[in-house]
Design a protein around this ligand. Sequence first.
Ligand SMILES: [Zn+2]
Length: 236
Amino acid sequence: MDTDKIKALQEDINNAKHIAFLTGAGVSTHSGIPDYRSKGGIYNGVAESPETILSDDTLFNRPQFFYNFVMNNMYFPDAKPNLIHKKIAEISNKKGTLITQNIDTLDTRAGNKHVIEFHGNLYNIYCTKCHKHLTYDDYAQGYLHKDCGGIIRPGIVLYGEAINPATLEKSVAAMEKSDLVIIVGTSFVVYPFAQLLAYRKPNAKVWSVNKTEIAASGINSIIDDARNVFLKINLK
Ligand SMILES: [Zn+2]
C-alpha cells in the first residue's frame, strides 16, 4: 500500500473545487458483482463474445438466449452498495459528479445524487414495442410483455447502439468543470468512455486507483484494490 500517494490523493480531494469520478466494474466487485472481463468475470467460459451476446441483434433475433444470459449473469438484485460507493457518494454530493460504466444502480442506492450512468442501467426495463416501463419482477417472469407481446429489454447500451447524446453531453460538461479527475476500478479500455478524459481541463489533476496500470499518460496512479484506498480517504 502506497501511503504517501494516498495522502497526496487525499490532499487533492481536499483542495479540489469539483471532482469527476470515472468508475467501472472494480467498484462493484466488493458487492459481489463480477467484473466483466477479468478472470472469473461473467464472460469467462462463455463461448460467444460479449460483443455478440450483448448486441441489439441478439436481443431481437435470439431473444431467449439474450434473456437467459442477462438474467443468469448480470442481475444481482440483492447486491448492496459497499464502502467505495458510499465514499464516492459522500464526496460527489458535496462537490463532484460520478460518471460510471456500471449498470447495477449501486451508486444511486448508496445515496449519490450526482450520478451519470454512461451505459444506462439494468433496472430501467421497458417493452420495445409499446415502450411501457416494467419492473424487474415483471422481467424475471419472461422476456415477452404480457400486454402486447413485445420483447422486453433493459435500458443498457448494447453493442451496436450509441451512447445517449444527452448523457454524453452531461458527461463532457462534468469533465470540463472539474479540476480533479479520479478514475476508479476500471482498466479504462472501453470507448467512448475512456475518451472522456480528453475533455478534462488542461490543468486538472488526474488519478487512477485500479488493480492494474491503465493506459493513459500523465496521470498519478495507485495500483491497489480500490477498497484499500477508499478506506483511508475521507471527506474533509
Ligand atoms: Zn408492450
